[in-house]
Design a protein around this ligand. Structure first.
Ligand code: M6R
Length: 675
């Protein structure tokens, strides 16, 4: 949610922290701040509302220096994104500062108690409470020490002791970094909920809310666990639990290439990540499937084949894009493994008092592995006796640590807030799981296993041809005339669309086709996305991508539901994206496709502007709709991995045309560590 970077070491502190925050800015970008100490100027603070560049401008105007410091980029929960509410937050004396990721749920009660003890608050945030709480603990410890020693010589208790006591009063979720001007060259960190990592360098030590913030300096990372408190000094890191028991530091070497978290010449992370999908799918597949037999191997599962055979249901809980992957996974698992699947919004799951059986398997899908709602759903599943499995992109994240097994999506770090490659990697992992379940439960023939494995293996090169090859055989066609605008429509505030060219468009790359559509439709106020069966979750995902980065209102609907209400929305101002792909060798897929064609005709009959996503070779559809984007052929259950790509690109180009901040859309953050 928020980005935290702390540093202690020989390098100039401010650039290390600012650079780290830049790499973590995807976590929050409402405001930013930094505190450094250890110079003759004492503890110094700089903060600014808005993006990190605003903070950099403030620092350029009023430089600061020190030997240790902490910085923060904020995603606002309590209090508006103003300079005052930006972290770090100070205690009454201004000599102690705190950065925080998470939410202090009992902050109002604590604020009252602390106010009664004489503390003065200057912000609307929950985080400021933590600074005052630590100040209060320090004060009480100091008084106690003075009274037990019976002398007037004040003895200052160690900062970490006060932090340890303070966190015991907090309910909610926190990862914090604390420093005090009175304790030179010391950073204290504590975690309960949101992630925090420690970087162990050569004579230098780092604190961060996520690995990319410090990966340029060290690959030796300790993932701070819940209930752990760390003290960083130039001599090293000491670790303990909240009751003070010493713990051993468990550093892991992170294999990620730091370059993977760079833009690599692309204008935006999102565009780079869309283009990385062939590799993400290849890396998620490789080593898990035999292309000779079709057999799937899922390692690191503490769930036996017997558990999988006995399972009576799978409950999927996830949020946002990961929830859409879960909906698509339901089609894969039910069709291949004949096992019922329930898909819940993680934020709803535990509040509906679910009744899982201990034979049920819980499946959490999450890119980040730290989404608070998904963690809560996992806790509910575990408390009701279910084993849980995770599909996750971040090794060692909270959800994977609690799960009985993880299928890691090897998509590499995803920085753009809009999820793209993590989504298609999740679909890939779900397909592998469905195939594995089918094999274990004996619901698939070896021939079908091998056929599907072979098709899965072909996906990366199909994606490559879509994304990279300008001479690929897929393309766009432009068909029926746009409906004549009625005078009512032309006089309304809705834009008048340029009429479609009645011609086959020249061969364009997929990206060029999507740019063309963006040119035509970027001024629309609303969009509808339709699909049937497994294509319906992809319609939902197309709508989410568009709304989150372009701020255009967009809805996804099952195509067959249109006549039950949403048809009323259709007029000549409404672009309707219909996913009308099919696997010609699969009768169920063809039947669905035919039904979708009827739904498309219902839309065009009412003057809706249809953009169809169709399968290569399907010329029939092009004569029915205004624009068609063709994608390569694939089996029905694998088509989603291909058909979502044009939806991602259309959303991307529309957002760019509308001048939106594609990688850091307003009001959002990459990982949502609050409920
Ligand atoms: O990290 P997670 O997969 O658990 O995150 C879930 C959602 O917050 C996330 O997918 C969100 O919807 C994305 N911004 C969508 O692009």
């Amino acid at each position: 949610m928020c980005g935290i970077v702390g540093y202690i070491g020989p390098k100039p502190v401010v650039p290390v922290i600012i650079e780290g925050l830049r790499r973590l800015e995807y976590r929050g970008y409402d405001s930013a701040g930094i505190a450094v100490a250890g110079s003759p100027d004492g503890l110094q603070l700089r903060r600014a509302p808005g993006k990190l560049r605003n903070l950099e401008a403030v620092i350029a105007e009023h430089p600061i220096h020190g030997t240790f410091g902490i910085g923060h980029t904020r995603w606002a929960t309590h209090g508006r994104p103003t300079e005052e509410n930006a972290h770090p937050h100070r205690d009454c004396t201004g000599s102690l500062v705190v950065v925080h990721n998470g939410i202090v749920e009992n902050y109002l009660a604590l604020k009252q108690q602390l106010t009664a003890k004489g503390h003065t608050f200057v912000t609307e945030t929950d985080t400021e409470i933590i600074a005052h709480l630590i100040e209060q603990e320090l004060k009480e410890m100091e008084e106690l020490l003075a009274s037990t020693r019976g002398n007037s010589e004040p003895t200052r208790p160690a900062l970490e002791e006060a932090v340890r006591e303070a966190v015991k009063h907090l309910t909610g979720a926190f990862a914090i970094g604390v420093l005090s001007a009175h304790e030179p060259n010391k950073l204290v960190a504590a975690r309960s909920g949101p992630p925090a990592v420690l970087g162990i360098g050569d004579g230098e030590y780092f604190l961060a809310s996520d690995v990319p913030g410090i990966l340029h300096h060290t690959r030796n990372i300790h993932f701070l666990a819940d209930g752990e408190l760390a003290v960083l000094t130039p001599e090293g890191v000491s670790l303990s639990d909240f009751s003070g028991r010493p713990l051993e530091l468990k550093t892991q070497r992170i294999a990620w290439d730091p370059i993977q978290a760079e833009k690599a010449g692309y204008k935006h992370f999102m565009l780079k990540e869309i283009n990385e999908q062939p590799r993400a799918i290849r890396d998620t597949t490789l080593g898990r499937i035999s292309f000779d037999t079709g057999q799937v191997f899922l390692d690191n599962l503490d769930i036996s084949a017997d558990d999988l055979r006995r399972a009576t249901q799978i409950t999927i809980a996830a949020c946002g894009t990961s929830w859409h992957a879960g909906l698509a996974g339901k089609f894969m698992i039910e069709r291949l493994a004949r096992l019922p699947v329930d898909v819940d919004y993680a934020s709803e799951y535990r509040y509906r008092d679910p009744i899982p059986s201990p034979l049920d398997l819980g499946l959490l899908i999450t890119q980040s592995g730290e989404t608070a709602d998904t963690l809560a759903a996992q806790a509910e599943l575990i408390s009701k006796g279910s084993k849980t499995l995770a599909i996750c992109n971040v090794v060692g994240s909270a959800i994977t640590r609690r799960a009985n097994g993880t299928i890691t999506t090897n998509a590499g770090p995803e920085i753009g807030v809009a999820s793209t490659k993590a989504f298609t990697a999740q679909l890939t992992a779900l397909f592998l799981l469905a195939l594995h379940l089918a094999q274990v439960r004996n619901t698939i023939t070896p021939e079908d296993s091998l056929r599907l494995a072979t098709e899965l293996g072909r996906l990366p090169s199909k994606l490559e041809s879509m994304l990279l090859d300008p001479s690929n055989t897929i393309g766009m066609s432009e068909g029926v005339a746009a409906p004549t605008l009625t005078s009512a429509a032309t006089s309304s505030s809705t834009p008048a669309w340029p009429g479609p060219e009645r011609r086959r468009a020249p061969r364009l790359t997929l990206d060029e086709q999507c740019q063309h559509l963006a040119r035509l439709f970027h001024a629309a106020s609303n969009f509808l996305f339709l699909g049937r069966g497994i294509h319906y979750p992809i319609a939902l995902e197309g709508a989410l991508k568009l709304k989150e980065i372009s701020y255009i209102h967009a809805e996804g609907y099952p195509a067959g539901e249109m006549k039950h209400g949403p048809n009323a929305l259709i007029d000549e101002s409404l672009p309707v994206v219909c996913i009308a792909t099919k696997d010609p060798d699969d009768p169920a897929s063809v039947l669905k496709y035919e039904k979708t064609l009827s739904n498309i005709q219902e839309v065009t009959a009412r003057a809706g502007r249809v953009i169809a996503i169709a399968t290569e070779g399907d010329d029939q559809i092009a004569s029915l709709v205004e624009h068609t984007i063709h994608i390569p052929k694939a089996p029905e259950l694998l088509l989603p991995i291909l058909e979502v790509v044009p939806l991602q690109l259309v959303a991307y180009h529309i957002a760019v045309r509308r001048g939106c901040d594609v990688d850091q859309p307003r009001n959002l953050a990459k990982s949502v560590t609050v409920e």
